[in-house]
Design a protein around this ligand. Structure first.
Ligand code: NAP
Length: 310
């Protein structure tokens, strides 16, 4: 039996997420033709060269013609203008989804442009790396990761079901939720942690001017992990904070309160409070590993460097 879910998929944006989708769809035979569009000719040419697209188009409008699935895989701030451009060119019955990290702002930007004959089903794969561009994608990115769909009231159940099958086919676990709830959950689990990582690396950068190269030279696990997160794409993350403003500010306020609690405990020498706090957070880490969302291998599975030959 054919695994094909869509006959023609149009990928608008050809970066990490879109190229990983293309690899995964090819791997599992989920799509007939894959057509792509990215802003730069360089990304379009790369997509052809590495084979993630069968065809590329100079405009998003051309790329979506005749597609039964359109995926908006561009930074959140670019979604509205692209929706306006493609709207008159969508095929009857086409599904339009997006992979943006924020959902309410994308819905506000995209939904008003969608014609009645298309189904708009917003989505967000909880999978990624700090790399970007068409060459950064890989087929297993979504395996055992969550793919959250936030369909609006009245969304066509068959269209939601079909998109769910595609995401599951790429190895993801699919759940549907309300867009506002999505944005709050992601502010806790992803957006605020990224902001904290950016800040910590920024602090170290200021210090570096005092201590010269020591920060890099003696970079230990904690700081190194922050730098990985803080290497994420600046455009994508600028847009995330500009568009998930309320939830991020809410969680940042709570974070600051907790920080003051720990700061006070350190000043007062309250070892019991620190110990209790760290015991609770350790249990959360254990829960994430038990849920299969990370590895328990020491040093995040980086492994020790090879022993030099005698
Ligand atoms: P990426 O690797 O930086 O790729 C973004 C792509 O969008 C590039 O191909 C870029 O074209 C294209 N693009 C930007 N503006 C455009 C425009 N106006 N018209 C057409 N193409 C445009 O980004 P990504 O990591 O795949 O992220 C894409 C989306 O997925 C974002 O909304 C992000 O929030 C979401 N997301 C990201 C992650 C993650 O960890 N990275 C995880 C989940 C969801 P050029 O190559 O020509 O510049």
């Amino acid at each position: 039996m054919s695994a094909r879910v869509y006959n023609r998929v149009a990928l608008i944006g050809l970066g990490l997420i879109a190229s990983s989708m293309a690899h995964a769809m090819r791997w599992k035979g989920l799509a007939g033709e894959i057509v792509g569009h990215a802003k730069s000719a360089e990304s379009r040419e790369t997509a052809l060269e590495i084979g993630i697209c069968d065809r590329v188009c100079d405009t998003a409008a051309e790329a979506v013609a005749g597609a039964d699935l359109v995926v908006l895989a561009v930074p959140v701030g670019a979604m509205g203008a692209i929706a306006a451009e493609i709207a008159p060119h969508l095929a009857p019955g086409a599904t339009v989804t997006d992979v943006g990290s924020v959902k309410q702002a994308v819905i506000e930007a995209v939904a008003p442009h969608m014609p009645a004959h298309a189904h708009f089903i917003p989505g967000h794969p909880l999978a990624g790396t700090e790399h970007s561009g068409p060459r950064s994608g890989f087929a297993t990115l979504f395996v055992n990761r969550w793919w959250l769909l936030t369909p609006q009231d009245g969304a066509d159940p068959q269209a939601v079901d079909r998109l769910t099958r595609l995401c599951q086919g790429m190895g993801a676990n699919v759940e549907t939720m309300d867009a506002q709830h999505h944005d709050l959950v992601l502010a806790v689990t992803s957006h605020t942690p990224h902001l904290i990582a950016y800040t910590m690396v920024g602090v170290a950068d200021h210090l570096r001017r005092v201590t010269e190269s020591e920060i890099i030279k003696y970079s230990a696990a904690g700081f190194r992990d922050f730098t990985r997160i803080a290497a994420s794409d600046p455009v994508m993350w600028r847009d995330v904070f500009l568009t998930n403003k309320d939830a991020t500010l809410d969680i940042l306020g709570r974070f600051t309160e907790e920080l003051f609690v720990l700061q006070r405990a350190i000043r007062m020498g309250d070892g019991a409070l620190l110990h209790d706090y760290f015991t609770r957070t350790r249990a959360i880490r254990r829960g994430i590993i038990e849920a299969g969302q990370d590895t328990a291998a020491p040093d995040f599975g980086r492994g020790a460097p090879p022993v030099p030959k005698a």
